[in-house]
Design a protein around this ligand. Structure first.
Ligand code: FES
Length: 174
């Protein structure tokens, strides 16, 4: 997990100024933005690359990114929070995405999600205490014919019931 190391310090005039003390996050944001020519249109690609590099989109990276793309921090923050794929904290060793779009809902996806939350003692978007598993919601994995479907890291699994899910969880923890 990354620590946000920003703090307010007094400048020469005695005003409180936000000082960025998170060089790794800020540097990564600047470097990746530069790779895309600091083009605001490439924001989604930049965010995906940033998450790939840091494991999440830390708050500390947003000011540097906003500056590089000549956008407000609020605009960048809005995009990050709009897309469920972007995380504010690093994920667990495995990510289980549970589909809750229509076809899966009709095959009891919500009951499956409730079972997983109870079993792992976490809610959607959270990571188990042992750091093994993060669970997330997703809307359609293109596997509707085999609903309910989940995605375990890069693998899509269909017709998932409670027993199958317990097996998946055990595999993730082994
Ligand atoms: S609705 Fe779940 S895979 Fe399409």
């Amino acid at each position: 997990m990354f620590t946000v190391r920003q703090c307010h310090e007094l400048d020469m005039s005695g005003k409180h100024t936000l000082i960025d003390k998170s060089p790794r996050e800020a540097t990564a944001a600047r470097e990746i933005a530069l790779r895309y020519g600091n083009q605001p249109d490439a924001l989604l690609e930049i965010l995906h690359d940033l998450q790939h590099e840091l494991g999440c989109i830390p708050e500390a990276a947003l000011p540097a990114l906003a500056k590089a793309l000549n956008r407000s921090r609020a605009e960048i923050h809005g995009v990050v929070t709009f897309y469920h794929d972007f995380r504010h904290e690093a994920a667990g060793r495995h990510v289980i995405r549970l589909c809750r779009a229509e076809a899966c809902q009709s095959m009891k996806a919500n009951e499956l999600i409730a079972m997983v939350e109870r079993f792992l003692q976490v809610r959607l978007g959270q990571t188990t205490a042992d750091g093994a598993i993060t669970i997330q919601e997703v809307f359609c994995l293109g596997n509707c014919a085999l609903a309910p479907a989940v995605m375990v890291d890069d693998r899509v699994v269909g017709r998932v019931d409670a027993a199958r899910m317990e097996k998946i969880i055990a595999e993730c923890r082994s």
